[in-house]
Design a protein around this ligand. Sequence first.
Ligand code: DX5
Ligand code: ZN
Length: 232
Amino acid sequence: MPYAGFNRSIKIAPSILAADFADFGRECEAVEAEGADWVHVDVMDGHFVPNITFGPQMCAAIRPHITGVIDVHLMIAPADPYLEAFAKAGADILTVHAEAGPHLDRSLQYIRALGPRAGVALNPSTPPEVIEYVLDRIDLVCVMTVNPGFGGQSFIDSQLPKIARLREMIGERDIHIEIDGGVTSDTAGNCASMGADVLVAGSAVFKGGSVAKPAIYGANIKAIRAAAEAAL
Ligand code: DX5
Ligand code: ZN
């Protein structure tokens, strides 16, 4: 498993929801070669969110094209019946939504038992206290800064204090704070200054580039990272 352990340095995780669906393998290779730290995979079931994307088979198909971390964001309900398939498909981090079912503690234990790191995602209306009693079961908390289901949406500023509250709650624990939705070089600085270390970006990384023009991916990644690090 490529997850190399916890650190709080800024990490950029391009979301392949904004990539060319007909060329995922080469798109993943291109963003990694251009500086991506993790690859973010948005799984949507058309039920928990009003959109449908891809499943464990796609995750297994891109695994050989990614040397680093595959960060799987499950926008599905229920999640438990699919966790084993995603673990077997090579997911390094498996994140379930706190709103996806009544047994979050059980789901988190199951993810860790399968091998991957366990994450919890919070929709914009969900308070941070939802994870208060599962802090020792998680490796990552994902703050949704858009309502999940689509890329290219605007960043919801009201989530910034939630990031700071989570940073306080986490204390010295090895738990990543991931920000997902509307992250650009304009919004990255505020996220980092509030305590985030993982920045997911779809449209802001893939815009203007392609597997034929990967340098644009690199420039976009660099701009987001620079804005975040400048705010630390
Ligand atoms: C939305 C997804 C995000 C999305 C981010 O439900 O979870 O990962 O792809 O895309 P941008 O960065 O374009 O908002
Ligand atoms: Zn996502």
